[in-house]
Ligand binder design. Structure first.
Ligand SMILES: Cc1cc2nc3c(=O)[nH]c(=O)nc-3n(C[C@H](O)[C@H](O)[C@H](O)COP(=O)(O)OP(=O)(O)OC[C@H]3O[C@@H](n4cnc5c(N)ncnc54)[C@H](O)[C@@H]3O)c2cc1C
Length: 951
């Protein structure tokens, strides 16, 4: 209690002092309690500085209060360095500007929150690049890369992050701000003779160099990937006494980086990939040196333990199919100024390997950009694919050791034997060109005996790496997992030197304490160790894929952070707000924390969790794009169902949630209902944003039209689902679908009674009602389902209910299984059941936008194929439109909704003023029409236009 009250005072003073955000509430602390590691420590609070001055002021206040601090970028670290009982300073939201990019001097000045690809994209405009590119390059930050001394595929070409840092602007906990870099002797003498703390630091560094230089030369392994330990070697005279590079890799334990000047290197204009397939990874490792002689700019490995998992988890299966047959692959990338030169280099390698290995390896040369991108996608997704929820749980900790590349084959053989002795499964991949092995090991961290095995294994594995002259970390840093064994690598004297180095920068031991130096033991602070026993909860959804356990579902996320990417469909609200709580990861962590119960103590009624879920658009992109298929839309609906168990929902829930009921009433007096919905009082009660226009009920519903007209033809019967949106608001779409289906040779019929899938109910967690809607639907459709009649659904979000929510709510119902399997979207149905259906070409252009649920569960291929035959088609990666049912209508969501649409979709629509805008989603159509003022068409309408020859 006293501790929290001290924290309260600290927070109060911070709020008075800085412009940025100060968050010491339980939700924010829970949110930042874990990274990608096996560890969890709840921070004191979180600060999100707006400016460098904010950082300086934050540190000053923390100093006065004796509070430890910890910097954070995107939090994708794997060994525990980004979690601590400290004040977390998150640089990613505001301090993310490229201050200057000087192509002539090949230098850039960046703030620490700049994303790796942000810099690489900017540099690429000048045919330059920032060399180190971790697999997380789409979202990891430069501050984090500097903190960890990160590396990547192109470290073969350009080295580690340390090798690419020219200068750093740093700040210590006791308030010293220095610009550090390479320091010649005269400068060093000048700086060392200065007074105060700066002079003390330089004198201390000089003494360390003089005292330990010999030992550093003797004991630091001379390998490309020595990342463990502090970079004391950078203080050696032959390295130019480079204080900036010495601080790289210190993982927030010495100083904060406020700005960095980084080196850029030429980026080859053309790249070609040689994919070399081997029988196993040992044979692959034995070839590394031979391949390096050909000068690749990247040399990576993927083992079959990765690709097997991907196939089992149905992750990137099409891309895995591009790999030639084999049990392990080396990906050798060649760069040159001309395409032919790059290909020639790859061919040179192919010839040499054929001569060297005979038929023991096969080489496939991939020179087209898209093919290369897909091959790399498999390698980059390897960490995500190291887990299959419910089947294989692997963990980071001993997973990035590096040995001399020439000894890699022997090391891997011995390492595999060691795993076998402990009975541990492992997934392998890595930067084999630099001797760095990623080994994701299936430790049992949930039981005491499992943890004992973990510790024994770490002990023996570190011995093994060191016997090969390697480094415990070749990439991810020491954090907590490796720190304990550093003494074996460096010996007690060098550990003392590192301790002295830290003390110079951080005399009060307040920078990320307990990490790297004098660290917690590898089995302390385990996130879900033997003492984690989450409660078994009654849930509405069955969560069968997670052993019928909500706790297991919530623990699916292990922190990869792909949802922090600013491209792709996942987490549209994060892309708009840059808030961790609006990522799939943040939300999943909060649900995990809800079960943990401390500091979050509100259970299903927790306001912090509710807040984080409020901006989830339930787009289901995570279900498709997240490497472990976290299904946040389902978790959100489940949470809301409990949250509202004993309280009233907002008025909108009873209107939008039960739209089908209102639509039924409106049928009798559509004009009156439209008028009523426009009354300011009604809009206010429903919380509608003033900028929004509510869709108008049509005078005649689709069903009424169909009843008047009746079915036609005698083809195979197909059931057309009259979803509420198209039935009541856009009946033209459904009537177009009838004509298209008839033209394709089918006889259309509608359900015998009024039905609704209940899609909007999920947005408000009305799950008991949703189940009743589904039971009624199954009762009405039973006969048709049992004759295997296909069900065509025009609205993707309704089709998604049948494919996704239905089997999860009624897992044992055979008819539910039938409906899930028999549900089609129009394009998919025509492709499967009428492949010969070919309306005549329309001509002109069209922009196609896929509804999120369509993208996540059905894919867009069939639509692209069909439309591609009729028009010149542009199908940009538009992500979520931002409307998402009633989400975008709500006053409080309007800004985020517009930001989502303005990211890619609306610019793409505006850039093609003559094009048809095609999308099947009712919400997407409303969003585009309201914000871009452009009419939209459902695929059914485009097909009908093609049939009649009039666009
Ligand atoms: C799927 C996956 C693949 C990965 N692949 C690679 C890979 O190929 N190569 C690789 O090297 N790593 C890899 N990593 C690890 C990680 O992504 C990298 O180390 C990355 O550079 C960390 O960046 P971040 O922004 O997430 O940093 P964070 O995790 O937030 O921070 C990393 C460290 O830097 C410190 N730090 C952050 N900002 C500052 C600052 N301003 N001043 C001082 N210290 C700071 C933090 O305190 C922490 O100690 C991978 C991780 C994942 C999840």
């Amino acid at each position: 209690m006293a501790v929290r009250s001290a924290a309260g005072q600290l927070a109060g003073e911070l709020r008075e002092t800085i412009e940025g955000e100060v968050r010491f509430d339980a939700g924010s602390r829970a949110l930042y309690a874990t990274d990608l590691s096996i560890y969890r420590q709840v921070p004191i609070g979180v600060v999100v500085p707006r400016t460098v001055e904010d950082v300086v002021a934050t540190v000053a206040v923390c100093r006065r209060h004796g509070a430890p601090i910890l910097a954070r970028g995107c939090g994708s670290s794997l060994v525990g360095q980004t979690t601590n009982v400290a004040v977390v300073i998150d640089f990613s939201k505001f301090l993310n500007r490229i201050v200057e990019l000087d192509p002539d001097r090949r230098l850039a000045r960046v703030e620490p929150g700049v994303i790796c690809d942000q810099l690489r994209d900017a540099a690429e405009e000048h045919r330059l690049t920032f060399g180190p590119d971790p697999a997380t390059h789409r979202y990891c930050t430069l501050g984090g890369m500097i903190g960890n001394n990160s590396c990547g595929v192109h470290s073969v070409m350009a080295g580690r992050t340390a090798d690419n840092i020219e200068e750093l602007d740093v700040l210590t906990h006791d308030g010293v701000r220095l610009r550090v870099g390479r320091t010649d002797d005269a400068e060093l003498e000048r700086l060392a003779s200065a007074g105060g703390r700066p002079g003390e630091i330089y004198r201390g560094l000089r003494d360390l160099r003089d005292r330990y230089g010999g030992l550093v030369r003797e004991k630091y392994p001379d390998i490309p990937r020595r990342v463990s330990g502090y970079n004391l070697d950078e203080l050696l005279p032959e390295r130019g006494f480079n204080v900036a590079r010495a601080l790289v890799g210190t993982e927030s334990t010495c100083a904060l980086v406020l700005e960095a000047t980084v080196r850029l290197v030429p980026s080859p204009r053309h790249r070609t990939l040689a994919v070399v397939a081997y029988h196993d990874q040992f044979a692959a490792a034995d070839d590394v040196l031979a391949i390096l002689e050909h000068g690749p700019i990247g040399l990576e490995a993927v083992d079959e333990t990765v690709t097997r998992n991907m196939l089992e988890a149905d992750l990137l299966a099409d891309d895995v199919a591009l790999y030639p047959p084999g049990g392990a692959w080396l990906l050798a990338e060649f760069g040159a100024d001309s395409e032919s030169e790059a290909i020639d280099r790859a061919r040179g390698l192919e010839a040499a390997l054929t001569k060297r290995n005979g038929g023991a390896s096969t080489v496939e040369i991939v020179s087209d950009g898209e093919g290369q991108r897909r091959i790399w996608a498999v390698r980059e997704a390897a960490i995500g694919a190291s887990r299959i929820p419910g089947k294989l749980e692997t963990w980071p900790s001993f997973e990035d050791a590096a040995v001399p590349p020439e000894r890699l084959g022997g090391y891997l053989r011995d390492f595999t034997k060691l795993l076998g002795r402990h009975g541990l499964p492992c997934v392998f991949f890595g930067h084999y060109g630099q001797g760095c092995v990623h080994a994701r090991i299936g430790f049992d961290l949930k039981s005491e005996p499992g943890v004992r095995t973990f510790l024994r294994f770490l002990d023996e594995a570190t011995d093994l790496v060191l016997s090969y002259g390697g480094s415990l970390s070749g990439e991810h840093g020491d954090g907590q997992a490796h720190a304990h064994h550093l003494v074996k690598m460096f010996g007690p004297d060098l550990m003392e030197a590192m301790r002295a180095f830290k003390r110079l920068w951080d005399p009060d031991w307040k920078m990320n304490p307990g990490k790297v130096i004098d660290a917690y033991a590898p089995d302390e602070n385990l996130r879900d160790g033997p003492d984690y026993h989450p409660p078994a909860l009654n849930t509405y959804f069955s969560f069968r894929e997670d052993g019928s356990s909500f706790a297991r579902a919530a623990a699916r996320c292990f922190g990869v952070g792909k949802c922090r990417s600013l491209a792709g469909a996942m987490c549209p609200s994060f892309q708009a707000t840059r808030e961790e709580m609006h990522t799939t990861r943040g939300r999943a962590h909060l649900l995990f924390e809800l079960l943990k119960g401390d500091p979050l103590d509100g259970g299903w009624h927790d306001a912090h969790v509710k807040e984080a879920l409020d901006l989830c658009l339930a787009c289901k992109a995570c279900k498709a794009e997240c490497p472990v298929n976290v299904d946040m839309a389902t978790y959100k609906a489940e949470f809301l169902a409990h949250y509202y168990e004993d309280r009233r929902r907002p008025a909108a829930a009873y209107t939008f949630g039960r739209l089908d009921r209102w639509a039924h009433l409106a049928e009798r007096a559509p004009d009156l209902t439209n008028l009523f919905a426009r009354l300011p009082g009604a809009r206010k009660t429903l919380g509608i944003a003033p900028e929004r226009t509510l869709p108008r009920f049509a005078r005649e519903t689709f069903r009424a039209w169909f009843e008047r007209r009746g079915p036609r033809g005698d083809g195979a019967p197909v059931l057309l689902w009259p979803d509420t949106f198209n039935d009541h608001f856009r009946p033209r779409t459904a009537s177009a679908a009838v004509e298209v289906l008839e033209a394709a040779g089918f006889r259309v019929q509608l359900p015998r009674a009024r039905v609704c899938c209940g899609r909007p109910l999920y947005d408000y967690g009305m799950l008991s009602l949703a189940r009743r809607y589904l039971e009624r639907t199954l009762a009405v459709l039973r006969d048709e389902l049992r004759t295997e009649m296909p069900v065509v659904v025009l609205e993707p979000s309704c089709a998604a209910v049948f494919r996704d929510e239905l089997p999860n709510l009624l897992p044992d119902d055979e008819d539910a299984r039938r409906l899930a399997a028999q549900t089609h979207l129009l394009a998919g149905f025509l492709r499967e059941h009428a492949p010969e259906f070919a309306p005549s070409e329309l001509g002109g252009r069209a922009v196609l936008h896929g509804h999120c649920h369509q993208n996540a569960l059905f894919g867009l291929d069939a639509d692209q194929e069909l439309l591609g035959r009729l028009v010149e088609l542009d199908s940009p990666e538009t992500g979520c439109c931002g409307m998402a049912g009633s989400f975008g209508y709500a006053r409080e969501n309007y800004a985020v909704s517009v930001a989502c649409a303005e990211r890619v979709l609306l610019p793409a629509v505006r850039a093609a003023p003559e094009a048809l805008v095609v999308t099947d989603g009712f919400s997407c159509r409303e969003q585009i029409e309201q914000l871009a003022g452009r009419p939209t068409m459902h695929l059914a309408e485009v097909l009908r236009a093609a049939l009649s020859g009039t666009p």
